[in-house]
Design a protein around this ligand. Structure first.
Ligand code: GDP
Ligand code: MG
Length: 282
């Protein structure tokens, strides 16, 4: 049996490399400050009889980042299709972390959400409703503390379980406003005509969104389809005209709105230190 490819994907410093080490027994250097991993660490292991190929993808903030530090990570998401994405979140900074999650949802790939740094979260007295988070994100949620190697077996169990089943439900999608959805739909149709065999609806939607967003890598890939490139430009200027905002910002606002709304639902402060002293009106 060939191994199932499992990619660890998260923001820089979310703890991907620490998790990679804990999962595989490797001893790759862990970043202390801003020094992030810039190459792919790969190791094969077996869990519950399932051969797994674990890939430590260098941290990214967005799948369309232009920064050189994020290039390896972005190229990996675009160029490879891992069987499973393990989305590593810094649970203490869910506001930032969930932005990338909204983009990973759109790849349509099977995902597991890891809430790492749970030690920090507990210390801060924050409770996260993981059941609600799991249903909203359409993925299992596993809590870990990579530093103390906590939650590693639970994560491996979740990965092995996902590797040995075919996904039951259709992948989730974010809903954009009607202008944007109509533009996405038109680009998707154009893409499906150009690549009738290769593109699933999820994949063509993802590519359409990336092109409208102005993702250099995806646009370069389609650069010989002159009509498509022209259509994208037309859609972008029509959207800019309707919204007074460029398409990339429109998409980003919708993603932030989703992740902020979700955060309000799933995160509670356990004990408000000022609770006993606060005055309220009768
Ligand atoms: P990466 O950039 O995502 O690969 O993150 P690293 O694995 O390099 O970790 C970044 C920093 O966070 C390092 O100093 C780790 O020791 C620390 N770290 C990783 N996981 C945890 C955790 O669960 N709890 C705490 N408190 N620190 C962690
Ligand atoms: Mg790293």
């Amino acid at each position: 049996k060939s191994p199932v490819t499992v990619a660890l994907v998260g923001n820089p410093n979310a703890g991907s490399t620490s998790l990679f080490n804990a999962l595989t027994g490797a001893q790759s250097a862990v970043a202390n400050y801003q020094r992030v991993t810039t190459s792919l660490n790969v190791r094969e292991i077996t869990h519950g009889g399932v051969p797994l190929r674990i890939v430590d993808v260098p941290g990214i903030f967005s799948t369309s980042s232009q920064s050189p530090e994020e290039k390896v990570g972005c190229d990996y998401i675009h160029g490879e299709e891992p069987d499973i994405i393990v989305n590593v979140l810094d649970a203490g900074h869910l506001d930032r972390s969930l932005f990338l999650t909204t983009q990973l949802i759109e790849t349509g790939l099977p995902r597991i959400t890891v809430l790492n740094m749970m030690d920090e979260v507990r210390r801060a007295g924050i409770r996260i409703d993981t059941a609600l988070l799991a249903s909203a994100l359409g993925s299992p949620v596993v809590e870990t503390c990579a530093l103390k190697k906590e939650g590693i077996d639970a994560l491996l169990d979740a990965v092995a379980a996902m590797a040995s089943t075919t996904p039951a439900a259709a992948p989730l999608r974010l809903h954009y406003d009607s202008h944007l959805e109509a533009a996405i739909e038109r680009v998707q149709q154009h893409l499906s005509k150009l690549h009738p065999q290769e593109l699933s609806p999820v994949r063509s939607r993802w590519l359409a969104i990336k092109m409208l967003e102005g993702d250099d890598e995806v646009l370069r890939h389609e650069s010989n389809h002159v009509e498509l490139v022209e259509e994208i430009k037309g859609e972008q200027s029509a959207l800019a005209h309707e919204h007074d905002e460029d398409t990339a910002s429109l998409l980003a606002s919708a993603r932030f709105a989703f992740s902020n709304g979700l955060l309000r639902e799933v995160r509670q402060q356990e004990s408000d230190p000022t609770a006993g002293f606060k005055l309220t009106r009768i």
